[in-house]
Design a protein around this ligand. Structure first.
Ligand code: PHE
Length: 456
């Protein structure tokens, strides 16, 4: 804790990495990554995704870390401190809004995971066919109140952890959950790959077919990068405001990127072999995870029912926990903003966020069932929030963060933060700065313009 600033801190370096990775690893990796990959042709999409992580995601994450740790405040105030009286504060404000909107539909999917814990624990997957799982899932998400109920439960869990504060709530929970999640994913990948007929799934995942790549796939890969790494909206900037001075920012970003990408690829290694083995189309969209996995448990462990129950409960519990470390970070961005900018107690700020996001959550949940006819630009409210945040707001936020840090911010400040007062090798610093100043902004702009069809 610094003398002039009584803000909370993360207690250890491992805590810093795990909390940031906890924000990054979530439904984005295990639910969203596989269905985006499935909709955009498999391996080729993954290659583009990895390029986006290396060239946009990690460099911009380092920039966000620097802004947050230097200013030691919420993401909107950060720009006011580093660039007083300039419009840069709108980048921070857009991030807060993005966090609010993401939480409003992310919590719906997080709620689904709770229902699936109950289903797994009561052995309801037993004896069902692949079609049965599809049917059950569609019936569930269109139910008039059940998914909304689970969304509210999830929102309350998030609320209580955020109110408890940074170190106790966020850091401690991440330390146990992240390694456990990784282990169970490995076990499940092994099971999925050993299913008969899984080979074409592996092929889909590993053999690139570039003919499927179009402007839309590029935009989706870029959006998935920002979404999955929690970059572009000030989430990691807010976390970095709780980092100590001795945290190595580039190394932390590299670690988070590595962990996040491995979890995503590992999820692909579970979903696609399993989907092909039971004949589910890889482009099934947001339902993909929820209709393929019960099949894995069913087919791989059908003869050992107790093991099927045990592993499936463990999986959905860990999935819910991974989602929880992400919803906490989303909630924290908005709560820290209200708390510090409007002089509210943390508690009151948190209540406002919880109530606001719950209303959005109920609406997004209903938009998949009762309110299906109500669309915006041809999308349900749920899909619209997803599109607007992941494919527009986060990449745009990332673009401006790159420009701000690369071109606008005092070079001395940037150097001090990124190189930990000179201990980082010069060539690493220079390459990072090059990516941030040129590669990331030009690349992001190219993908946006390409999507608009202006390049044809
Ligand atoms: N990165 C999280 C995930 O993959 C989602 C998220 C996005 C969290 C943006 C915070 C900010 O699930």
């Amino acid at each position: 804790m610094t003398a002039k600033n009584n803000r909370a801190n993360f207690g250890s370096k491992l805590g810093v990495i795990l909390a940031s990775a906890g924000s990054a690893v979530g439904l984005g990796n295990i639910w969203r990554f596989p269905y985006e990959t499935g909709e955009h042709g498999g391996a080729a999409f993954i290659l583009i995704y990895i390029a986006c992580v290396l060239f946009f995601g990690i460099p911009i994450m380092v920039a966000e870390f620097s802004i947050g740790r230097r200013s030691r405040s919420n993401t909107a105030r950060a720009y006011q401190i580093l660039a007083p009286g300039t419009p840069w504060k709108w980048v921070g404000r857009m991030g807060v809004l993005a966090g609010f909107l993401i939480l409003g539909y992310y919590s719906v999917v997080a709620g689904w995971t709770l229902d699936y814990i109950v289903q797994a624990a009561t052995n309801s997957f037993a004896g069902q066919s692949a079609d049965g799982f599809i049917h059950a899932f569609n019936g569930f998400v269109q139910h008039p109140w059940l998914p909304a109920f689970w969304m509210l439960v999830f929102m309350l869990m998030t609320h209580f952890i955020v109110v408890k504060g940074v170190e106790k709530g966020i850091e401690r929970s991440s330390k146990i959950m992240m390694p456990m999640l990784f282990i169970i994913l490995l076990v499940l990948a092994g099971c999925a790959i050993s299913l008969p007929g899984s080979g074409s799934g592996l092929k889909f995942l590993l053999m690139p077919d570039f003919s499927k790549l179009n402007a839309d796939a590029l935009l989706s890969a870029m959006g998935q990068t920002f979404f999955s790494l929690s970059v572009g909206m000030g989430c990691l900037c807010t976390y970095a405001s709780y980092f100590r001075k001795d945290v190595n920012l580039p190394k932390t970003a590299l670690n988070v990127g590595l962990i996040d990408t491995s979890v995503a690829v590992l999820s692909g290694l579970i979903i696609f072999p399993a989907a092909f083995a039971v004949g589910i189309q890889p482009d099934a969209g947001p339902s993909l995870l929820f209709i393929t996995l019960p099949n894995v448990f069913q087919q791989a462990f059908g003869s050992l029912p107790w093991l099927a129950v045990l592993l499936s409960v463990m999986f959905y519990v860990l999935l819910a926990l991974a989602a929880l470390t992400s919803t906490i970070s989303l909630h924290e961005v908005v709560t820290a903003y209200l708390h510090e900018e409007f002089n509210m107690t943390r508690r009151k700020a948190a209540i406002l966020v919880t109530v606001g996001c719950s209303i959005l959550g109920v609406l997004s949940s209903l938009s998949l069932g009762l309110g299906k006819e109500l669309t915006i630009f041809g999308m349900t409210l749920f899909d619209f929030f997803d599109y607007l945040t992941a494919k527009i707001m986060l990449p745009l936020g990332g673009f401006f963060i790159a420009i701000f840090t690369g071109w606008f911010l005092d070079k001395r400040i940037v150097r001090e933060e990124v190189s930990n007062n000179g201990s980082l090798k010069m060539w690493i610093y220079r390459s990072w700065l090059f990516l941030l100043k040129f590669v990331a902004p030009i690349g992001i702009a190219f993908i946006f313009i390409n999507e608009l069809g202006l390049l044809k």
